[in-house]
Write a protein that binds this ligand. Structure first.
Ligand SMILES: [Zn+2]
Ligand SMILES: [Zn+2]
Ligand SMILES: [Zn+2]
Ligand SMILES: [Zn+2]
Length: 237
């Protein structure tokens, strides 16, 4: 993987921007304005508080989403799992203002994710999410703004990073697999093309697909649901 500044795609106009220029772009994207305008004029949808959230997984992965304040933390959990982290049904938790909300509360006093977003999040709130308390994937979130409006599906992806480049450490071709054993110790030498993956000393059982996710190469993460979730929550343009 290269250390180059990673890029992202605006889901309204499909243009590519440096990741750190995306927020500015979204504020003035004409296609987005058009799309939002259409949603606003639709009969049937009710106006609600809509939260604009930046979701970051390490330095490489980021998404901008909008979610209805009427949705619950468990809806956001479901989205993050589907597009980025779900492997074998591990526990997850949001930590907001020092309070932890757990996907499956197991001790007295634990709080569940059955809480409305509007009740726990405010403009400027920075909070975190963890998936799997063993081999943990850590995600940072921030409420960028809140607006009154209407939104399809209650959740919309505005922009997402492009898959980081991954090259085979032996031959330099595009990598398709990552060794889950080596990724922690020797990141640069953990990626393989089909051919060199077969020959890798850790064995093929240790190989996982290259994915566009902060959980790539961890536990049994394969990214199988990524495409489905991205499509489901993309603006219908
Ligand atoms: Zn755009
Ligand atoms: Zn797992
Ligand atoms: Zn190769
Ligand atoms: Zn290995």
């Amino acid at each position: 993987m290269s250390g180059k500044m990673s890029k992202g795609k605006c889901f309204f106009c499909s243009k590519i921007f440096a990741k750190n220029a995306m927020q500015k772009h979204l504020e003035k994207c004409e296609k987005r304005k058009e799309y939002t305008g259409k949603s606003e004029s639709r009969v049937g949808l009710k106006k609600e508080k809509i939260y604009n959230i930046l979701i970051k997984g390490g330095r490489e992965y980021q998404m901008f989403i909008e979610i209805s304040g009427n949705k619950k933390l468990k809806d956001m959990d479901d989205f993050i799992r589907g597009i980025w982290v779900e492997c074998c049904g591990h526990l997850s938790a949001f930590t907001i203002d020092g309070v932890e909300y757990i996907s499956a509360p197991y001790e007295r006093g634990d709080r569940s994710m059955n809480v409305q977003i509007a009740d726990v999040l405010d403009r400027g709130t920075k909070f975190s999410y963890e998936y799997d308390f063993g081999t943990t994937t850590e995600i940072d979130l921030e409420i960028i703004s809140i607006r009154e409006g209407k939104i399809d599906n209650g959740l919309l992806i505005l922009a997402r990073n492009l898959p980081p480049e991954a090259k085979c450490c032996v031959c330099g071709k595009d990598a398709v697999n990552v060794c889950s054993q080596c990724i922690d110790e020797d990141f640069e030498n953990a990626f393989f093309c089909g051919e060199h993956g077969e020959e890798h000393e850790c064995g093929e059982d240790m190989l996982l697909p290259v994915t566009n996710s902060p959980r790539m190469g961890m536990c049994g993460y394969t990214g199988d649901n990524d495409e489905f979730y991205e499509k489901k929550f993309s603006p219908k343009i």
